[in-house]
Every structure is written in C-alpha cells, then in structure tokens.
Ligand binder design. Structure first.
Ligand SMILES: Nc1nc2c(ncn2[C@@H]2O[C@H](COP(=O)(O)OP(=O)(O)OP(=O)(O)O)[C@@H](O)[C@H]2O)c(=O)[nH]1
Ligand SMILES: [Mg+2]
Length: 403
C-alpha cells in the first residue's frame, strides 16, 4: 500500500510522515526547502504494510519547478512501471497561509494536473498548523478556501480533512487504505502508457507555459537593461561606474536565468527514455529505497508470522494447562463433595445415635420415676403396716397392765 504526500515546501509533509512511521525523516526548520529527493518511509498500520512517499514541493528555494516536476514525475512513472500503484495521496496545506495565491495556487494547479480528475477520489487534502491560530479563525479560513478553490476538486471525490489532533493522521491514512484498487495517476498514464514527453503531459505543459512566459519577460527586461546601459554610456553620466555595475549584474543574472530556462525547456522536451537517462541516479535510489522497504516488509511479515506462531503455541500450552487445571479442580471438587457427603452421613448417624441415646435415657428416667413411685407406695404401705402393728402392740400392752 503506497501513499504519496505532496504540498508546497514547509507544509509539514516530512513531519506528518515522521509521525506516521516513527522514522527519522528530515524536517525543515527555516524558510529554505528541506526535502530535496523523493523518499520512501514504510511502517505497518492495522497489520498492513504502508509506504509513504515524501516529495519535494514546487517553488522550491533550491530548484526550478521543471527540476522538481522532472523528479516527482520520474519517480511516479518509475514506481508505476515497477508495479507500485499509488493507493492514496495526501495534499497538505497550511491553514495559517494568509491567502491562496501565487505559490499555493500554482502548486495546487500542478498537483491537479499530475493527479488528474479521475484520481482525485484517492486524494485527501489535509490542512496543517491548526495549533497556530484560533479554531474560529481556522474554520472561517477553511470555509473560504473550500468555497473559492477546493469545492471544485471535492466534486471529483477529493476529501477535505484537518490535521488538528494526533489521531487525525491515522484516520486519514485508514480512509485511504480502503482503496485497494487504485487507478494510475494522470502523469503515470501519460508518461508510461501513452509514452508522452514531459512537455506533452498536462503538468509539463503548465510548467512549459510558465517557463515560456518567464523567458519572454526576462528577455524584455534584458533588452530594457541593455538599452538603459547604452543610453547611460552615451549620456556620459557622472555616476556611470555604479550604474554600469548594477546594470551588468542585472544583465548577468537575467542571462543565467535565461540559460536555466533554456535547460528547463530542453528537459521538458525529453521523452521518457531520455528522462530516464538523466534521472538514472534518482531512479536507482528510489528503486533501492522501494526494494529496501519491500525487504523490510517481508522481514517484518516473517517476524510477525513467527511471533504469531509463538503466541499461538503459548496460547495452546496455556489452554492445555488451563484444561489440566480445570480437570484437577473438578476431581478435587468431586473428592471434596464425596468427603462432604461422608461427613454429612456421619453427622446424620451421630445425630440419630444421640437421639436414640436421648430416648433410651428418657425411658430409663421414666422407669426410675415409676420405680421410685412404686417404692414410695410400698414404703407408705409398710409404714401403715408398722403403725398398725405398733397400735396393736400398744393395745396388747395396755391389756397386760390392766391384768
Ligand atoms: N506548529 C506546527 N508546526 C508544524 C506542523 N507541521 C509541521 N510543522 C513545522 O513546520 C516546519 C516544516 O515542516 P516539514 O515537515 O519539514 O515540511 P515539509 O513540507 O516537509 O517541507 P519541505 O521538505 O521543505 O517541502 C517544521 O518546523 C515543522 O516542525 C503543525 O501542524 N503545527
Ligand atoms: Mg520535507
């Protein structure tokens, strides 16, 4: 899964890729453009291999638009030839930018020409730097930009998102990862399938027009400067030397720019094969990066597979251990239940034994009471008999005294 990140210099492309991959991507901290070459940085998101392509933006401080286009177009064409399709593109724009004109407008136009209307559905335009202004200001700016420039592109399926919190980046990438059948970009079709020269592609035509316009302007400026220089020489002005120096410097600068413009025109006229030769170094580098990324991905997949196998084995072992423990617990339970039943039975027996003993004791007690009552009765009878005998004895003794 390949995702290209584009946008003018300083919009946060490298920062975004560094956050997504955790890799050491070179980030710019001054006004000069930082990323000079197309770079590939990969990672795994939701278990899937994702390679981010970092690109230099147009209006680079070090190179002309032609040179940037040549490099970006070549990289895209080469990866397409090698079977790597771009699943998604993220186009970054600073929400802090005062107005959308000049550089931003030109860059967006170039981007649209590179991608083509059919691929805009694979594009997310994401705004950065929300932390640098109030949310209300950001929303107002976003609404204006949508109405004036972006809604047109959104009609072709381009999504507009904000990179305003740490989770927003992954959400955008996940959205693009759903595109599993990507269509090639316009520049890829033009260069590879239709074998066009760079100047014949929509993006190339745009740059060529700019170069032609700039060349005409510079030529007009040059002849003005040369004319002024000539008049100054003829009029014999006092401060001639200083003026001459300024004019000559301007002339030299314009000539060097014209030389560069001529080189740019030549580059744009090259066909894909010629282009390939001039950018062989970049191609080889990109290929190496893609191959490295691919190798790393395979290694990662292998490592993940063996990790998964290990986790599966450990799970299996743990399951078996748990089952054995459960079996042991069940048998312990059974044993305890048996013992409990035995104890309950023994208690029941003891209880009935006690009850029996209690009733025997009760019977014994009643028997004793009955015996005691009988003894009392017998004692009373004996006592009565005794008293009767005593009475009889007393009567007899009385009879003897009388005699
Ligand atoms: N405050 C703030 N700064 C950011 C944000 N994103 C990036 N930056 C800063 O913006 C500067 C430029 O970031 P880069 O990632 O180098 O931008 P780039 O688009 O790769 O630039 P080039 O490589 O020159 O095309 C760096 O100082 C970043 O730290 C953001 O969302 N908020
Ligand atoms: Mg960068």
């Amino acid at each position: 899964m390949v995702i290209a990140v584009m946008g003018i210099t300083g919009t946060g492309k490298s920062t975004f890729i560094a956050r997504m991959t955790g890799k050491d991507v070179k980030i710019g901290h001054d006004v000069d453009s930082e990323t000079q070459d197309v770079g590939v940085y990969d990672t795994t998101i939701d278990g899937k291999w994702v390679a981010f392509v970092d690109t230099p933006g147009f209006d680079d401080t070090h190179r002309t638009d032609t040179q940037v286009l040549e490099q970006v177009a070549m990289s895209l064409a080469k990866s397409y030839e090698d079977g790597y399709k771009i699943n998604g593109l993220i186009y970054l724009h600073r929400i802090t930018d005062i107005r959308m004109q000049g550089t931003s407008l030109k860059n967006l136009r170039m981007f649209q020409k590179l991608v083509g209307d059919e691929s805009l559905k694979n594009v997310v335009l994401a705004t950065t730097m929300w932390d640098r202004l109030s949310h209300g200001d950001g929303e107002a700016k976003e609404a204006k930009l949508k109405a004036k420039h972006w809604d047109r592109l959104a009609e072709f399926g381009m999504q507009i998102r904000r990179l305003d919190c740490p989770e927003a980046g992954v959400a955008i990438v996940r959205e693009l990862m759903r595109n599993i059948n990507p269509v090639p970009l316009k520049i890829q079709r033009e260069l590879v399938d239709e074998k066009k020269k760079l100047s014949q592609t929509a993006a190339g035509e745009e740059v060529l027009n700019e170069v032609t316009k700039a060349t005409e302007e510079m030529k007009a400026q040059l002849s003005e400067v040369q004319e002024e220089l000539r008049t100054a020489k003829e009029s014999g002005q006092k401060n001639m030397d200083a003026l001459k120096k300024v004019m000559e410097d301007t002339e030299r600068e314009l000539k060097s720019k014209l030389d560069q413009a001529a080189k740019d025109r030549e580059t744009l006229q090259n066909n894909v094969v010629g282009l390939k030769e001039t950018t062989r170094r970049h191609q080889a580098e990109l290929q190496t990066k893609l191959d490295d990324a691919d190798r790393e991905r395979k290694q990662m997949e292998q490592a993940m597979e063996s990790q998964l196998r290990e986790v599966y084995r450990q799970n299996q072992e743990q399951t078996e251990r748990l089952m054995a423990n459960e079996r042991q617990a069940n048998s312990n339970n059974q044993y305890l239940n048996d013992r409990l039943r035995d104890a309950e039975r023994a208690a029941e027996m003891a209880r009935s034994e006690v009850a029996e003993k209690e009733s025997a004791l009760l019977r014994q007690e009643m028997h004793t009471i009955r015996l005691e009552a009988k003894a009392d009765r017998e004692l009373a009878e004996k006592d009565a008999e005794l008293r009767a005998a005593q009475a009889r004895l007393r009567a007899k003794s009385n009879e003897c005294c009388i005699c």
